[in-house]
Design a protein around this ligand. Sequence first.
Ligand code: BGC
Length: 777
Amino acid sequence: MRKTLLCGIAATLLTGAVSAQQAAPATPRPATRAAAGASAPARMTTFIDALMKKMTLAEKLGQLNLPGAGDITTGQASNSDIAGKIRKGEVGGLFNIKSVDKIRAVQQIAVEQSRLKIPLIFGMDVIHGYETEFPIPLALSCTWDTGLVEKSARIAAVEASADGIDWTFSPMVDIARDPRWGRIAEGNGEDPYLGSAMARAMVKGYQGDNFNSGRTIMACVKHFALYGAAEAGRDYNTTDMSPVRMYNEYLPPYKAAVDAGVGSVMSSFNDVNDVPATANKWLMTDLLRHQWGFRGFVVTDYTAINELIAHGLGDLQVCSARALMAGIDMDMVGEGFLTTLPASLKEGKATLAQIDLACRRILEAKYKLGLFEDPYRYCQPERAKTDIFTSEHLQAARDIAAQSFVLLRNQGDVLPLKKGGSIALIGPLGDTRENMVGTWAVATDGSKAVSVADGLRAALGNQGTVTYARGANIVGDSLYNNRISVFGKNTNWDSRPADDMIAEAVALAAQSDVVVAALGESAEMSGECSSRSDISLPESQERLLKALIKTGKPVVLVLFTGRPLTIPWESQNVPAILNVWFGGTEAGNAIADVLFGDVNPSGKLTTTWPQNVGQVPLYYNHMNTGRPLPENGWFQKFRSNYLDVSNDPVYPFGYGLSYTHYQYSAVTLSTARAKGNQPVTASVTITNTGAKAGKEVVQLYLRQLVGSITRPVKELKGFQKVDLAPGETKTVSFRLTPADLKFYNADLRYDWEPGDFDVMIGGNSRDVQTARLSWAK
Ligand code: BGC
C-alpha cells in the first residue's frame, strides 16, 4: 500500500503528471539526483523555485491556510467539507486530527487530487506527551532536568510521528509570574534562565538534529510574545512592558528556542505595547527575523487574525493584510488570508512579494520534513501499532512524573509511608483517572491513566488496605463545577450534602492508620481560559481538610494543581504536603512510588508560591526598590511592604524538600578578583546528612550590586542536579564567565558591566550561601 502511494507522488513529481481536469506544468521532484552536487539548502531552493513558478495566487494562499479540520470520520475523509478545499489547493495543513488512518486518507486527497499535489502538514497540540502523557509542562520544569525534559519530548515525537503528526504546537515558553493565569500550567514558570534551558531541551527533543529519521517532528515555539504577562492574570488580556524588561526577562526563552533551530513560531493573542502580536511588525519581522535571524515560518494562534477586529484594528481584510505584512505566514482557522488577500493585493495593501515569502517558508518546512519525497512519511500504520503507548514509554512517564513532584512539607517525617496498615484515601481527586493528565492532553485516552487509588493499591498489593471516600466535590457550587467540566474531564459531581460527605470521610479516617487526602484543582481548573481570582483550595475541600486534621490522624495532602496555590494555612497545619501537579498517564503509580519512598522526591518549584493573591505578582528575581524591607523583615513604615501580610512567599522559587537532608558548605571562588574573560569557578560541597540516597538540585544565583540600570536582587545563572548517597559529600562547581553577567542595558545593548557581584549557591532561591566577587573589564 505504502509503496503504491509513494510511487504515485514520486511519479507526479518526476513527470508532472496531473489530474485529468486541471493540467498543471510539471512539478519538479526534490532534486536528489538532478543537482547532486548542490548543497542541501541550494537543492531545496531550486525545488521550491520551480514549484512556486507553477503556483497560482490562489494556490499560494492555500499554503498559507490552516483551517480547522472539522469532524473527519474514519473512512469519510473524501466526503468531508475540508476535502473539497484540499482538492482546490486551498489548504496548507490541518491540525488536531487523531489517527494515522484519517491523516493518511486526507493526505491522499492532497497528493492525488489537488492540481499541484503538494502534501499537507499535520499539526497537533502535543504538549506534554502524545498517548503516553507526561506531567504538565510546569511540572516537567520542576525536575530541573533538561535531559528528562528532552526525553519526554522525544517520546512524544516518536509517538506522534507514528500516528501521522509531523508538527507540534509546543514548546510553550511564556514566562509567567501571575498564578491567576491558568496557562501558567503550560510553561516553565517564572525564570528566564531555566525557561531558556527547558525551551532548548524541548526543541531538541521534538526535532532531534534533523528530520532524517522520520521519528522527530517540527516544533513550534509559542506564544510569541509575552502572552504570560497578561494583566491581572486574565487570559488573552493586554500586555504592556518596558523594552528592558522584555529583553531581559520575557524574551529569552523564545530566543533560546529560535537559537536551538525551532522550525516554527506561533503568534500570541495578546497585544504587546498597544499592537497585537499578530499584527506586530516590530515583533514578527524586526525582532524575530532581523535581530534573531529566524528562518522558519510563523503561524497565528487560533483565529488570532480575526480577533484583530475586536482588538480594534479594522475589518477582516485590513487585519489580514496587516498580519501578513507584519510577518505572519500561516493563518490558523480564520481564513482571512485565503478570502481577503486577493483584494488587498489589488488595492496595494498587501504585496505579492510578502505572499511569496510566506508561501516559500511553509513549503520549506514541508521540504525539510521530507514530505515532498514521501508525503506518507509520518503515516505508517505498522509504526502506529508498535510505537505508541509502549511499556517503555510508560515507564519513562512514571520515572519523570516522580521526579516532578515537589515535597512542600514533611513535619515529623510522616513520609514516606510504610507499606502496610490501613490507608484512608480521601478526596475528589483520589479516584479519578481522567483528571491525572491535566490540561492539553489531546491525543490520550484519560481513562487509561493511573489514578491515586490504582497506584496505591498496586503498590501495596496485599500488604495493606486502601479505602476510598470522596469527602467533597472539587468546588461546592454546581455552576462553577460546570465551568470546569467544559472539555469533559469529569469532576464526578456528587449531589449529596457536603456535610454528609465530610462525615463519611471523617469516619473512614478515624478507622485508618493514615489519611491520604487527594485534593486541589481538577484538570480543567488550569490551562487555557482558566484564570482564577482566588487561588486557594476551594472552600468545599478546605472544610474537608480541616475536618480530617481534627481527627488527629496523620494526614498527607497529595496536592493536584496546575499553578501555585495560596496555602498558608495548609503549610502550617498539614503535616505532609506532596505537590503532584498533573502527573500524566502514570501519575498514580508515580505518586505511590514517592509516598512509599521507592523514589525520594527531588522536584523544586519553578514558581513562587504567594501567601495571598494580593501579593501577586510575587517573584524571586525582582528589583530592590529604593525602600526595600530588610530580608525576612515584617512591616516597617515607609518601606515597600503591606500592612496586612509580609513580603515573603509561602514557598520560594527553587524550593522543594527530600526524605533526606543536605548540608551546604560556604561558597569558595577560584578568585575573588576576576578580570576580563578569565573564568571563575564557584564551588560548594554538599553532604547528604540523612539515611536515604537522594538527588539535590543545586542552584547558583548572581546579583550585580551596582549597575547602569537597576538589577534584580538575584538571578538564576546555573543549576546542577546531583545524586548523593547517604553520608556522601560532593563538590559542585559552576564555571562563570562574563557571558553570565550580560544583560540588556537602557540602550538595549547586551553587555556586562564591571563591579561587585554576590555569588549565591543553595538548594532554593532563599536559603543560599554567598561570596563576594569583583569583576574588572
Ligand atoms: C491555543 C494554542 C493552541 C491552539 C491550537 C489555541 O487556543 O492558544 O496554544 O496551540 O489553540 O489548538
